[in-house]
Ligand binder design. Structure first.
Ligand code: AMP
Ligand code: ZN
Length: 121
């Protein structure tokens, strides 16, 4: 199957991994909407949210675990959890977006390596 996220899981494609266990992987989005834009993906291939089962609970558990780390290290006070479905879903492997919301602050987009190093420190 030609799925980019499955390739990331198999380490055939590099990614900026923030967290990983047997069930999920959390990484920085390659084209972030904001500094710290993170994706949580299940290791099993589910095309979309309609195919998903209990894994959703686990993905949100990991999202909740990552939330204070993102908010503290990036000094951001709001965050949006998002799952696209249908025509707005570009990558057909289920994923949950964690998008820090800097509200009205005009934060410039940092280099992804800089954000990654900050979050891993
Ligand atoms: P969606 O519209 O919800 O399917 O969004 C897919 C997201 O995956 C977009 O925000 C992309 O920037 C992101 N993305 C695509 N390819 C990669 C990749 N190789 N590594 C990290 N994020 C990716
Ligand atoms: Zn996949």
């Amino acid at each position: 199957m030609d799925c980019i996220f499955c390739k990331i899981i198999k380490k055939e494609i590099p990614s900026k991994i923030l967290y990983e266990d047997d069930l999920v992987l959390a990484m920085l989005d390659i084209n972030p909407m904001n500094n710290g834009h993170t994706l949580i993906i299940p290791k099993k291939h589910y095309t979309d949210i309609m195919e998903a089962d209990d894994i959703l609970d686990y993905m949100f558990k990991i999202a909740k675990d990552l939330t204070p780390i993102l908010m503290d290290k990036l000094e951001v006070k709001a965050l949006t959890y998002l799952i696209n479905y249908g025509d707005s879903q570009q990558v057909k492997h289920l994923h949950l977006h964690l998008i820090p919301d800097y509200l009205n602050e005009n934060k410039h987009l940092k280099d992804i390596d800089e954000v990654y190093n900050l979050l891993k420190s």
